[in-house]
Design a protein around this ligand. Structure first.
Ligand SMILES: CC(C)(COP(=O)(O)OP(=O)(O)OC[C@H]1O[C@@H](n2cnc3c(N)ncnc32)[C@H](O)[C@@H]1OP(=O)(O)O)[C@@H](O)C(=O)NCCC(=O)NCCS
Length: 167
């Protein structure tokens, strides 16, 4: 934990990351990290998050993701925000779906987690898709939830190892 916090703070110092604590009514509830920030002609970043179990299911994470994305677009002039999620992570897939993140594709064996390379479904938003802001659009019930639906073909592909006959 200590080394991960050190690395988050290091990223914040060099401008490649923005580590946020998520608070609910003044209580620490979880964490949201904006990472892999690049400026210039890419102007992009990724978001990762978690909340403690007792705060789950209350819309805390979608609110945090919307706030962080709006800040990155309006506050530090980024153009694109990406969120990549393991296919089996239903609650997290709901977070991006609710906010209208657009499904971009299946990345095979993309991130090394728990001792192996794991497939991820990737989603993104670019600034011009949401001139009113992610939080406002979601709150007004205008997020295009269909944008985040993963095509059945990719769900099936993710069920088979890369290079297998059925992949
Ligand atoms: C994924 C995660 C961040 C979602 O956060 P959240 O604040 O609970 O988000 P929401 O309140 O929008 O709930 C999302 C979905 O979680 C599920 N959920 C609801 N209540 C829940 C509970 N008590 N416990 C677990 N999941 C619950 C529901 O499917 C919900 O969708 P719905 O609103 O359509 O019913 C949280 O489950 C978590 O911390 N998981 C472990 C870490 C993780 O997977 N991080 C993401 C890596 S990409």
């Amino acid at each position: 934990m200590r080394s991960s916090i050190r690395s988050l703070l290091g990223g914040a110092r060099t401008g490649t990351g923005l580590p946020f604590a998520i608070e609910v009514d003044g209580e620490f509830a979880g964490q949201l990290n904006v990472s892999s920030i690049t400026y210039g002609s890419l102007a992009s970043a990724s978001i990762g998050y978690w909340v403690a179990e007792r705060f789950a299911g209350r819309g805390v994470t979608p609110t945090a993701v919307a706030l962080a994305t709006d800040y990155c677009f309006a506050g530090i002039d980024l153009h694109r925000m990406e969120i990549c999620i393991r296919p089996e992570n239903g609650p997290s897939l709901r977070v991006v779906e609710k906010l209208g993140f657009r499904y971009e594709g299946l990345r095979r064996r993309y991130i090394h987690i728990d001792g192996d390379w794991r497939d991820h479904f990737c989603f993104a938003l670019v600034r011009e898709e949401i001139p009113e802001g992610v939080l406002a659009r979601w709150r007004q019930g205008r997020a295009p939830t269909a944008a985040g639906q993963v095509p059945e073909a990719d769900v099936r592909r993710a069920q088979h190892p890369l290079g297998s006959d059925s992949e």
